[in-house]
Design a protein around this ligand. Structure first.
Ligand code: AMP
Length: 210
């Protein structure tokens, strides 16, 4: 049983690595950004509320996110562990999470800004199952379709130059302080996210001592 948080800049591979880790450890993956994109695609009340905010590259309010997370992490199917990807996004959310459960490990996927820009500019995602591809670094075998479910891949609505700039600014101001927060708690593990997907996967596996 292990409760893991993944954080790091956009494009560092959080979604990709969390997905792999979730399959290997057989524990659920909780990707908050993907969950919100599904709400938007299904045109739910929450989706309608957050769609413009997300497309601008801004953060959804803490109370909206905290409510979603509280329901998940306390549900029976998450009691054997889980991987949080995209939450917490700031110290207030991290404090809220600590109030709910004890996090075992926090993986910080570290990637320099120049690499971040390269990765985000070629990213493609599946609007149906959330699988993530990259035109150069991780192309889909079936061209413009998802290898997993066959849906036509899309560029995320917030992978525009303006929204990317905004999200990186948000990351530096709001999310970067999590490094110190979790370092002080003694649960932080730093991973070099620059190598390819397989290699980063190995680094994570070793770092977790699995
Ligand atoms: P991601 O897929 O993790 O890059 O998240 C995409 C977008 O979803 C973010 O830019 C935010 O608008 C929203 N989002 C996801 N997780 C959170 C969170 N923990 N707090 C606030 N907004 C979030």
């Amino acid at each position: 049983m292990i409760k893991i948080v993944l954080f790091g800049p956009q494009g560092a591979g959080k979604g990709t690595q969390a997905d792999r880790l979730s399959k290997r450890l057989e524990i659920p993956h909780i990707p908050t950004g993907q969950m919100l994109r599904e709400e938007i695609a299904a045109n739910t009340k929450l989706g309608q509320k957050v769609s413009e905010i997300m497309n601008r590259g801004e953060l959804v309010t803490d109370w909206q996110m905290n409510e979603i997370i509280r329901d998940r992490v306390n549900a029976p199917e998450y009691q054997n562990g889980f991987i949080l990807d995209g939450y917490p996004r700031n110290v207030e959310q991290a404090e809220f999470l600590d109030y709910q459960i004890a996090v075992d490990k926090v993986l910080f996927l570290n990637l320099p800004k120049t690499e971040v820009m390269k990765r985000l500019s070629g990213r493609l995602t599946c609007p149906k199952c959330g699988a993530i591809f990259h035109k150069i670094f991780n192309p889909s075998k079936s061209g413009d379709k998802c290898d997993r479910c066959g849906t036509v891949l899309q560029v995320r609505a917030d992978d525009t130059p303006e929204a990317i700039a905004k999200r990186l600014e948000q990351y530096e101001e709001e999310t970067q302080p999590l490094h110190e927060y979790y370092l002080k708690k003694g649960v932080l593990i730093e991973i070099d996210a620059a190598p390819d997907i397989e290699q980063v996967g190995l680094l994570i596996w070793e770092a977790l001592g699995l």
